[in-house]
Design a protein around this ligand. Structure first.
Ligand SMILES: [Zn+2]
Length: 157
């Protein structure tokens, strides 16, 4: 009771799963595991399993709240990606962005496939850029007059 629920394989990830959660803020949702959910955001029971691909192995769904609303992400960690064309086709069909990397938490030589609703990643990177700009502005404002004097003096020379 009260046990923290984790996806399959997390216990054997040597802490990579916990690091991933801590670094990204994603929260695992055990009821989210299919292309319909990542596409529409609604819970799906997937009785017919018709949109299941061989690369949907060790699949886990995540959500997180941002100031711009709720984001969701589906991660698949298959041992290989033998038919990438089926991934590209599914991403188009379900209006998703996809990323392929080796940065997943499962390990054991798996490939990491990340699927997000189309446009979400773009908004995410724009937010990150805006955050960096804000930090730069704050640092500039925090600069002491002595610093500014030095900068202005240097420019005059
Ligand atoms: Zn479904």
């Amino acid at each position: 009771m009260g046990r923290l629920i984790k996806p399959y394989g997390a216990m054997n990830s040597k802490g990579r799963y916990e690091e991933f959660i801590a670094a990204t803020g994603w929260k695992y949702n055990r009821l989210a595991y299919c292309l319909h959910w990542i596409s529409h955001g609604r819970r799906c029971r997937c009785y017919d399993n018709k949109d299941h691909y061989d690369w949907m192995d060790h699949t886990s769904g995540y959500t997180r709240e941002t100031e711009h609303g709720k984001e969701r992400m589906l991660m698949c960690q298959p041992y290989g990606l033998n038919h990438p064309e089926t991934l590209i086709k599914a991403a188009e069909e379900f209006n998703l962005d996809h990323e392929i990397s080796g940065r997943g938490w499962y390990g054991h030589g798996t490939v990491t496939i990340i699927l997000t609703p189309h446009g979400q990643r773009q908004r995410e990177s724009e937010r990150a850029l805006e955050q960096t700009r804000k930090q730069v502005r704050e640092r500039q404002l925090a600069a002491t007059p002595a610093h500014l004097d030095k900068i202005l003096t240097d420019w005059d020379e």
